[in-house]
Design a protein around this ligand. Structure first.
Ligand code: MUC
Ligand code: MG
Length: 367
């Protein structure tokens, strides 16, 4: 159970369809595959997606902090010492996806050694989640066609619509077109990635009041403290905190401060260990939870699914598990498959994925 080495392997896989949103855009999955090796010969894996516009991390930075700081601090510890691992990672400020990938690779290795899926070790609630697909900025007709393709091909009927543009009518027109095209057969919610002010958000939400939205996510910055409280108090749908709650303590602060009433749990930024704390906080504070997507590849999606299926609260809402569909390829030997709007988790130990050695050799950037 002893950690003998931690590898950070940069790779790049192009997107077939770039994702555009208020805080940035993504054209390629320039991620880092993290492998935790143990003296049992077992290797745990996870992936870190650099999101400079959200967390400040870069692909080179993730590789450097793992190689130079985290690996030397963790080699020699055992997989059972996860509190010690967390404490050592926490000595370094920031770097959430680098820390989280290490945490999840540790859990993956532990599951493989014990012979159980991580989802069962964490909570074992269910074997599947409904899938919510994220629609990036485009013309209304293109976004409606994309939703129709997702529904017809994969059975997906929940959509998160990216908003936050100026003028806001660019976005409200999209949401209205989706509702008019699909009627009540789909669920819709919106994510602003902090693109609007509180008053712009209120005007847009008022304009969309008849469209039956499930949630509104991060429409305006949490740093606009009074404005955001004012907005959240007036909305009649839960307000999801996403990038404003990278740590469990942020959840407490934002919720008790009246700036959020629901949270997005992203394993990419909290790993399994801190996501579990976020989940317990959500239970204790009475918050709705959506399993969010950090524009993850299939390894990251398997991690989100492992965590989401572990608990009742995290599997209640459709999880954002489909961004990988917009990638031209991936690293898994056996790809994830969404059908009838549902993604089943693997019954294999750990997070239940196997890396295809040829694909990794093809896409890695360090050789
Ligand atoms: C999301 O839910 O916001 C876009 C930016 C980011 O940090 O994550 C994605 C999706
Ligand atoms: Mg979001």
């Amino acid at each position: 159970m002893k950690i003998t080495a931690i590898e950070a392997i940069p790779f790049a896989i192009p997107y077939t369809k770039p994702l555009r949103f208020a805080s940035g855009e993504v054209h390629a999955a320039e991620h880092v595959l993290v492998r935790v090796h143990t003296d049992d010969g077992v290797v745990g894996v996870a992936e870190a997606p650099p999101r400079p516009f959200t967390y400040g991390e870069t692909q080179d930075g993730i590789v450097a902090v793992i190689d130079k700081v985290f690996a030397p601090q963790l080699v020699g510890l055992t997989l059972l010492e996860r509190e010690v691992i967390g404490e050592r990672l926490a000595r370094t400020v920031g770097n959430p996806t680098a820390k989280s990938a290490i945490d999840m690779a540790v859990w993956d290795a532990l599951g493989k050694i014990l012979g159980y899926p991580v989802a069962d070790l964490l909570g074992g609630y269910t074997d599947r989640m409904r899938v919510s697909h994220m629609l990036g900025f485009d013309e209304p007709s293109v976004m409606v066609a994309e939703a129709a393709r997702m529904r017809d091909t994969y059975g997906i009927s929940t959509f998160k619509v990216k908003v936050g543009r100026h003028p806001a009518s660019l976005d409200t027109a999209v949401v209205r077109a989706l509702r008019e095209s699909f009627g009540d057969s789909i669920d819709l919610y919106v994510d602003g990635n902090r693109g609007w002010s509180a008053s712009e958000s209120m005007r847009a939400m008022t304009e969309m009041a008849d469209l039956g939205l499930l949630f509104a996510e991060e429409l305006c910055p949490a740093d606009d403290v009074q404005g955001r409280r004012w907005l959240v108090e007036r909305l009649d749908v839960p307000f999801i905190a996403d990038e404003s709650v990278p740590e469990p303590a942020d959840i407490t602060r934002e919720v008790l401060g009246g700036s959020a009433t629901a949270i997005s749990i992203k394993t990419a930024r909290m790993g399994f260990t801190r996501s579990r704390r976020a989940h317990h906080l959500a239970e204790g504070l009475g918050l709705e939870v959506v399993m969010g997507n950090q524009i993850d590849g299939q390894v990251g999606t398997a991690c989100t699914l492992a965590f989401g299926t572990a608990f009742e609260l995290t599997s209640r809402q459709a999880g954002e598990l489909s961004n990988f569909l917009d990638m031209s390829d991936d690293l898994l030997a056996e790809p994830l498959r969404i059908s009838d709007g549902v993604l089943h988790r693997s019954e294999a130990p750990g997070i239940g994925v196997e890396i295809d050695a040829d694909k990794l050799a093809h896409y890695r950037l360090d050789r």
